[in-house]
Design a protein around this ligand. Structure first.
Ligand code: XUL
Ligand code: CO
Length: 455
């Protein structure tokens, strides 16, 4: 288990251009290309996740692993397995030429028989990660603790009826927050996959809400205690694995944070397939987080419209991602966040090179969507129409209502006198859909021409 794992792949994936027939080259992604005043790499801030790509064997609920991941084979000792896994992961990140990675504690170090053994496993892996980061220049977008795999967490971590489980989860998050700080991570993520219920028959909702709030307050307190300057992120998901999860969607999480005076401590990590599981479009979740001042980072993937579960497929729709990227860019883009590929191969994609094909196609989809979104921001495709739609609110009546200087009685008087007599106006949905499509079809062509002219 040594030497290059991806030996069929060149040392670096480079830009081949839209006409390239090489699947191991980018058709659109050019890290140094300037988009809205920033390098494309700095706009997209792409990360590879270590769980789906390196710590999952390709199993599903009906079948065992299908992938060629020698370090996951039964019988390999912990030290050899984690060394081989990290060597392969950093070879992948380096060859793919993306700046970031993300991981859970358990992705890089299994639980030992005791807490001390678990901590020693993690320490050894973190030392190796640090060396790989120094060697390759890869950076940590975020770290997180796995509070859902071990049987102790079956009834939740922070929301468990047993305070000893709460304490165990607290110990794990403390450690992983410190690891993230040590590796100069830019964010720390909390995904509450088992913070919810399987049945209301045995669940005290009020009690669990209070526990959850206490946990998140403790995490924020520890962040400040150790001087971690990154952003704390909560990742909403409505269900799966639990029947109902408290971090249901953007609106539910922001309401929770506000109820518990935690809104200034946390932002959100939005995942495309979690949005669709909640019955929303991804566009909706991104726009909502921005409107509520809680936007942080993105786990990019997609679901399957025929399946009702989290298929975590690699993104391939420019139409859908362009709109999410438009909202992000119009709001100023990422600060500490980025696009993390929380996406997994299909179980039949068993060649080592499939991992490259999947990421390259996904990254090109993002890059193309970025160009469309930047074009729409520059042309004010949606901005002018939105501005015009709300313009009356800047008039005398709108200002009076918003400032709180009129009462219902005042408004009724003005309506009764005939002074106010609203006339419905067109929402122009089809016009706007057509304008967006025109930008999707044209944006890259016009930008390619502009780049060529400038050369
Ligand atoms: C699960 C999920 C997680 C989080 C990190 O659906 O998205 O991988 O991103 O725990
Ligand atoms: Co995720």
């Amino acid at each position: 288990m040594s030497g290059d794992f991806f030996s069929d792949v060149p040392a670096r994936i480079t830009y081949g251009g839209p006409d390239s027939s090489d699947p191991l080259a980018y058709a659109v992604y050019q890290p140094d290309r300037e988009v809205l005043g920033k390098r494309m790499e700095d706009q997209l801030r792409i990360a590879v996740c270590l769980w789906h790509s390196f710590n999952w064997p390709g199993s599903d609920v009906f079948g065992v692993g299908t992938f060629d991941r020698p370090w996951l084979t039964a019988g390999v000792d912990v030290a050899t397995a984690s060394r081989a896994k990290l060597d392969a992961a950093f070879e992948f990140i380096d060859k793919l030429n993306v700046p970031f990675f993300t991981f859970h504690d358990r992705d890089v170090a299994p639980e030992g028989r005791t807490y001390a053994e678990t901590s020693a496993n993690l320490d050894a892996s973190v030392d190796q990660i640090e060396r790989h980061m120094a060697r390759t220049g890869a950076r940590l977008l975020w770290g997180t603790a796995n509070l859902f795999t071990h049987p102790r967490y079956a009834a939740g971590a922070a929301t468990n009826p047993d305070p000893e489980v709460f304490a165990y989860a607290a110990a794990q998050v403390k450690t992983m927050l410190e690891v993230t700080h040590r590796l100069r991570g830019e964010n720390y993520v909390l995904w509450g996959g088992r913070e919810g219920y399987e049945t209301l028959l045995n669940t005290d909702l009020r009690q669990e809400e209070a526990q959850f709030a206490r946990f998140l307050a403790l995490v924020a307190e520890h962040k400040h205690r150790i001087g971690f300057k990154g952003t704390l992120l909560i990742e909403p998901k409505p269900q799966e694995p639990t029947k109902h999860q408290y971090d249901y969607d953007v609106a539910a999480v922001v309401g929770f944070l506000q109820r518990h005076d935690l809104a200034s401590e946390y932002r959100l990590n939005l995942e495309a397939n979690h949005a669709t599981l909640a019955g929303h479009s991804f566009h909706h979740e991104v726009a909502s987080a921005i409107a509520l001042g809680a936007f942080g980072s993105i786990d990019v993937n997609r679901g399957d419209y025929q399946n009702g579960w989290d298929t975590d497929q690699f993104p391939n729709s420019v139409d859908e991602l362009s709109l999410a990227l438009y909202e992000t860019l119009a709001a100023g883009g990422f600060t500490t966040g980025g696009f993390n590929f929380d996406a997994k191969l299909r179980r039949q994609s068993l060649s080592r090179t499939d991992l490259f094909h999947a990421h390259i196609a996904g990254i090109d989809t993002l890059a193309r969507s970025l160009l469309v979104a930047a074009d729409m921001v520059e042309r004010r495709t949606l901005e002018s129409a939105r501005k015009a739609r709300y313009a009356p609110w800047s008039g005398e009546l709108g200002a009076a209502i918003q400032s709180g200087s009129v009462t219902l009685a005042d408004l009724e008087r003005r309506v009764a006198s005939g002074e106010i007599d609203p006339r419905p106006r067109s929402g122009q949905q089809e016009l706007l859909e057509g304008l967006v499509n025109r930008r999707i079809w044209a944006a890259d062509r016009t930008r390619e021409r502009a780049t060529k002219k400038a050369e």
